[in-house]
Design a protein around this ligand. Structure first.
Ligand code: NZQ
Ligand code: ZN
Length: 389
């Protein structure tokens, strides 16, 4: 049965191979000073930067630049951005990039006008901005499909000193006011990032799907999204310029984590909790941390949610149930997932991300414990990590 919920998502989306044409229209609602945030420079190589600056200038905006947002953005970088945003009294932050740049921009937007220790307040204590807090609006131009950050309130920040990577989910005030989704903007992504993004999408869906055993519309939606993702991923890894596949992947990413498929149901999120702890210790690519532990994790918890895993095999992977026990069917589904991880070029071992046996305890200590079908203890986490090496 669906639980009770409030659903509200204020992000306006512009989707398509000319979506950036709507930028001028989207910018009208905001003041003249725009903080343009971006990552390590890919947008300068693929021409998106020039296009954005031109559009901003034509819209009469004053552009303040803040580049160099790294994958897995850090507290140090966050504090640099807070200072720049505040000093320049910006009216809008336009994030042009993947999840890291968009997450980062939300973090700056929430904390620029907060006087205390932002990391401690918003991330360590998961506090929300007060009702009267001054929050800078954020707009997004997406260049990598995966995180869903373009239509959610998530902001994941890494503290390199304490080796903690924490995802704060802000309320709707921090969701992007608008997002430009042009699938062609993702064409220049390196293959490894394409694979990581695809697996991240799948993981978001599985985290919300593998919990509960009731009849929920949210799970049927998740199954449809997973099926679409699997089909499109196979095309995109072979032919990265296939627009149909890339557009489906981008749209799936957005819906996989814009709060829709979690409505009224239980969720898991342990793969992300462990994956983030691995990220904090290795600075590894987010999607790869998830693909590396998913097989061993789902095998570890399968018996506690066997019925759902069997449904996953049947509906998502189209594995015939005939002649199989429920357990055999459930295992076949996980095997199909593991094969797909290899097929799309995502990693299956944390050792390939730089994790060694001696790091397992530290990673387990940095993991927020919880779970869906099974609540994991610290020892369980270490065991899952060991099986993922
Ligand atoms: O730095 P640039 O130059 O932008 O290059 C990036 C980066 O090196 C590159 N890239 C992005 N678009 C490109 C491109 N290269 C060529 N052409 C393009 N069109 O790809 C690399 C990875 O980018 P990044 O933004 O780090 O990737 P992703 O979108 O996967 O974001 C990862 C971050 O998001 C967090 C992760 O933990 C991680 O910190 N997450 C955010 C979530 C949310 N907001 O809800 C949920 C997720 O589970 C995730 O935790
Ligand atoms: Zn993720």
């Amino acid at each position: 049965m669906l639980g009770n919920f409030v659903y509200y998502n204020p992000t306006k989306l512009y989707f398509g191979d000319d979506a950036q044409k709507h930028l001028a229209e989207a910018l009208k609602d905001f003041g003249p000073k725009v903080l343009l945030t971006y990552g390590g420079g890919s947008i300068k190589e693929n021409g998106i930067y020039d296009e954005m600056v031109k559009a901003l200038k034509e819209a009469g905006k004053e552009v303040i630049e803040l580049g160099g947002v790294m994958p897995n953005p850090t507290v140090k970088k966050l504090n640099e951005g807070r200072e720049i945003a505040r000093k320049n009294n910006v009216d809008l932050i336009l994030a042009v990039g993947g999840g890291s740049t968009i997450d980062y921009s939300k973090g700056v937007a929430a904390s620029a006008w907060y006087d205390g220790d932002a990391w401690d307040h918003f991330w360590m204590h998961f506090s929300d901005p007060t009702p009267d807090a001054r929050i800078i609006p954020v707009g997004a131009v997406l260049t990598m499909a995966g995180t869903g950050s373009e239509m959610n309130g998530g902001s994941v920040i890494t503290n390199e000193e304490t080796k903690m990577k924490i995802g704060k989910v802000f309320d709707s005030r921090l969701m992007p006011k608008f997002a430009i989704l042009n699938p062609k903007f993702t064409y220049s992504l390196p293959k490894r990032q394409l694979s990581a993004g695809i697996f991240d999408i799948m993981s978001h869906l599985m985290e919300q799907y593998f919990s509960g055993d009731d009849d929920s519309t949210s799970d049927y939606i998740a199954e449809g999204l997973m099926r679409s993702l699997i089909a499109s991923s196979r095309v995109a890894v072979e032919n990265p310029h296939d627009y149909e596949a890339r557009s489906n992947i981008m749209w799936t990413a957005t819906w996989a984590l814009n709060t829709l498929v979690k409505m009224g149901k239980k969720q898991d999120w342990m793969v992300h909790m462990i994956g983030q702890a691995i990220g904090a210790h290795t600075n590894a690519t987010h999607g790869m941390t998830l693909s590396a532990i998913s097989g061993p994790y789902y095998r570890y918890i399968m018996e506690y949610g066997q019925h759902r895993f069997a449904r996953f095999a049947k509906v998502v992977w189209e594995i015939p149930a005939e002649g199989k026990t429920e357990k055999e069917l459930a295992i076949a589904g996980i095997e199909a997932l593991e094969k797909w991880i290899r097929d799309i070029g995502a990693t299956s071992e944390i050792s390939s991300l730089g994790v060694t046996e001696t790091m397992l305890e530290g990673i387990a200590d940095a993991t927020f414990l919880g779970g869906g079908y099974k609540k994991l203890s610290r020892e369980d986490v270490i065991e899952v990590l060991r099986r993922s090496l």
